[in-house]
Design a protein around this ligand. Structure first.
Ligand code: NAD
Length: 451
């Protein structure tokens, strides 16, 4: 067990916090699913609660509560053994009031339309909060990439691209990586799109971000989401009376976001003592070297079997006492039962929607601060925006420039969130939604609603 004392001054408990299950009249008006565990209902519910607090006009609330377009495709792909399989893919375009749709592509066996809708909605909010000229979108393919050879994945990715090509574009909808997808997949998408699209002779590789550096990618994009998580922590920790070098931390999910958050936070002086992914749960009170573990995971595919830490149960992992808990795996992984176990001062949401409203209610009651995903993990889309700008203007920024510009965006987004929290005396998630909705509301006020 760690022996670190609780820091002295936790943030003041806000007066306005959302209930465990928020029931907006807009749910009935728009025919939302009635199941309170439905991810889309939960995610939009948090925004609708914030909208009520700030007095967002009803017309903007209903626009933001549903995506503009939902694309669902089925496409056949030849497997290595000669037989054909039919795959299901999605692209949801939530909102483009602030600019082209932007958001990742998830390759995972459990991808469902409601998840993609939730993630697309979060992208609209994130882009607005972090001050980039994009709207929100998300997509995915129901596939387990670990179960396919490289050649099969290439055919799946290229065929999916042809299926959605008419609906994306460098000035219209710009995908990026998410869970299960990587820079190689982005390169195949850009290459396939460039053969299909008629863009008047222009290079269309800005249709996607997160590409390899050698093919239009940006320095700093791979680590960007983790960098943004740590930039947010550094900005917010002083309010909790903490400094990075005083912090121990746990990471749930050690893929792109989790491993980079771990490595960068460790480089700032913090100590990772617990880590978990789909292959196991590990604890070492003396510290787990995030760089060493990341190299191990690249070779072995997961944290399971790493011998420089002790394998523990899920419960022991969640109960490990730390200052910072970083969920960086999938949605809804902090429900009521996990929220009762977590022994941390602050949760930095690297993943999208990792905390359910019921889980968050318990965390709030226990005085655990939550840095919401639309703030904390906005670094990825911010550097995607830089990649897009570099592609469109034929520039190549150096890493220092990328990191500096990213930090400016993160600090400003954190400051807008803090201002909204003070003004509305609310939790940080509601504050982040208020700040995001203010910008969207201004755009709708200026544009009007056609006709
Ligand atoms: P990734 O595929 O690189 O990593 C996902 C991690 O989650 C893996 O370590 C995996 O083992 C773990 N995981 C999966 N199922 C699990 C389970 N049941 N229990 C424990 N761990 C489990 O994906 P990523 O890109 O790091 O994305 C992680 C989260 O961050 C997602 O919510 C994603 O939407 C979000 N996000 C990613 C980016 C980005 O730039 N990649 C940007 C913003 C937000």
């Amino acid at each position: 067990m760690t022996t670190l004392a609780k820091p002295p001054t936790p943030m003041q408990k806000p007066k306005n916090v959302p209930p465990a299950s928020y029931n907006s009249p807009i749910f009935e008006e728009l025919g939302f699913p009635t199941d309170p565990h439905n991810l889309y209902r939960q995610t939009v519910g948090a925004m609708l609660y914030a909208s009520e607090l700030m007095g967002l006009p009803h017309r903007v609330q209903i626009i933001l509560a549903q995506p503009k377009t939902e694309i669902m495709v089925h496409f056949p792909v030849k497997m290595d053994d000669g037989h054909y399989r039919l795959f299901k893919g999605y692209r949801v375009q939530h909102n483009n009031a602030l600019g082209p749709y932007k958001g990742g592509l998830r390759f995972h066996q459990d991808v469902h339309l409601d998840d993609v809708k939730s993630l697309a909605f979060l992208m609209t909010m994130k882009c607005s909060l972090v001050g980039v000229p994009f709207g929100g979108g998300k997509g995915g393919v129901k596939v387990d990439p670990r179960k396919h050879s490289n050649a099969e994945m290439e055919r799946i990715v290229r065929r999916f691209t042809t299926a959605i090509a008419h609906g994306i574009g460098p000035d219209y909808d710009i995908p990026a990586p998410d869970v299960g997808s990587n820079a190689q997949h982005m390169a195949w998408i850009a290459d396939t799109y460039s053969f299909l699209a008629d863009v008047g002779g222009k290079d269309p590789s800005a249709v996607i971000t997160g590409k390899p550096i050698e093919y239009g990618g940006s320095l700093g994009r791979e680590k960007a989401t983790g960098q943004g998580v740590v930039d947010t922590l550094i900005e917010m920790l002083p309010e909790l009376g903490l400094k990075p070098e005083q912090c121990t931390f746990s990471v749930l999910g050690f893929g792109n976001v989790g491993s980079w958050s771990g490595k960068i936070f460790q480089d700032k002086g913090a100590k990772m003592i617990a880590v978990a992914d789909h292959t196991g749960f590990l604890v070492n009170e003396k510290g787990i070297d995030a760089h060493d573990l990341a190299t191990y995971v690249q070779q072995k595919g997961g944290v399971g079997g790493y011998t420089k830490a002790t394998a523990v149960s899920k419960e022991e992992f969640y109960k490990t006492k730390v200052e910072v808990f970083i969920p960086a795996a999938l949605e809804q992984m902090i429900q009521e039962s996990e929220a009762k176990l977590i022994n941390a001062i602050v949760i930095a949401e690297g993943a999208n929607a990792p905390t359910t409203p019921g889980g968050e209610r318990i965390l709030t009651e226990r005085g655990i601060e939550v840095l919401p995903a639309i703030l904390c993990n906005a670094g990825g889309v911010t550097v995607s925006y830089f990649e897009w700008v570099q592609n469109k203007t034929y520039q190549m920024w150096d890493l220092e420039h990328v990191d500096r510009e990213l930090n400016k965006h993160m600090v400003k987004a954190a400051s807008k969130t803090r201002d909204a929290r003070r003004k509305y005396n609310c939790d940080l998630r509601s504050a982040a939604y208020i700040a995001a909705c203010e910008r969207l509301n201004q755009a709708y006020a200026a544009r009007g609603i056609f006709p």
